[in-house]
Design a protein around this ligand. Structure first.
Ligand code: A2P
Length: 259
């Protein structure tokens, strides 16, 4: 059966699907020529149907890329993801034409270092930003942290950073990009919740950098609600101001949506 895509959405073709674990996968879609977005923004995704279920997904590819990448969790019984996880190359996926979001470079005041703190699928918007040359124009150093329960859940961030460093367009710039991965429930080289590692200073010791300072550091946070709340509280206590599209600040926050 074929369904008519609403005027407010694009219908695009799946070009790649890669499954990492029984909970995580990524896919790519063709990109409509008229679709513009800023790296770090999200769109509403749905599958063709009479009454599609729409869910917010960060675009994980940079704004210059010819195709659009998305990184997704698979929620058992989830109204969208239980179907989305079965997509194959050649299938159609719909997404609403209007991108939005606060994890954009425009929402931050100038600074020296850009810290991108993520848990789980919250890494997705940072997969876009670390591949955007503008991020390297604006910041001397980019640090992206990704914390998950288990090692296998780090595959997407580790692969994406490796691809970024090998990329002909941004690879040289990405010499200034550092990925820090941590696990909380399985043994790995660096363990602990990111909040704990910030509070006890292990994160800074690991990177040989000074602790976050509102004068030099800018922070983007994306992941679980509990993590956002705790990192935000630490930043507020350190006198960081929250930014938005209309009023740039020293940090910005967005929850990872589908859960
Ligand atoms: P933990 O295993 O200690 O709960 P989830 O898979 O539940 O979305 O979690 C992703 C990661 O976020 C896990 O490593 C989890 O650690 C971590 N996490 C959960 N809550 C917080 C929090 N309040 N502060 C920092 N990290 C958190």
């Amino acid at each position: 059966m074929s369904f008519t895509c609403p005027d407010s959405a694009f219908s695009e073709t799946v070009t790649e699907v890669e499954h990492y674990t029984d909970r995580l996968f990524r896919f790519r879609l063709t990109r409509p020529a008229s679709f513009r977005f800023r790296s770090g923004e999200f769109v509403m995704i749905g599958l063709p149907g009479e009454k599609p279920v729409w869910r917010a997904y960060s675009i994980a590819s940079p704004s210059w890329d010819e195709t659009l990448e998305f990184y997704s969790i698979k929620v058992p019984g989830g109204p969208l993801t239980e179907h989305l996880q079965n997509i194959k190359i050649g299938d159609q996926v719909w997404f609403r034409k209007k991108p939005t979001g606060t994890l954009v470079l425009d929402a931050l005041l100038p600074g020296n270092r850009l810290w991108m703190i993520s848990t789980g699928t919250g890494f997705a918007p940072f997969a876009s930003l670390i591949r955007d040359p503008e991020a390297y124009d604006k910041f001397e150093a980019l640090i992206v942290t990704h914390s998950c329960r288990e090692v296998a859940e780090l595959a997407y961030s580790i692969n994406t950073v490796a691809l970024t460093k090998a990329d002909p367009l941004v690879g040289e710039l990405a010499d200034r990009l550092t990925l820090v991965t941590t696990t909380t429930r399985e043994q790995s080289a660096f363990m602990g919740r990111i909040t704990t590692l910030m509070e006890n200073g292990q994160l800074y010791a690991h990177l040989n950098l000074p602790p976050l300072d509102p004068e030099h550091d800018r922070v983007m946070i994306c992941g679980s609600m509990a993590m956002l709340k705790d990192v935000k509280a630490n930043l507020d206590a350190a006198q960081f101001t929250e930014g938005s599209n209309s009023m740039p600040g020293q940090y910005v926050v967005e929850r990872a949506f589908v859960d």
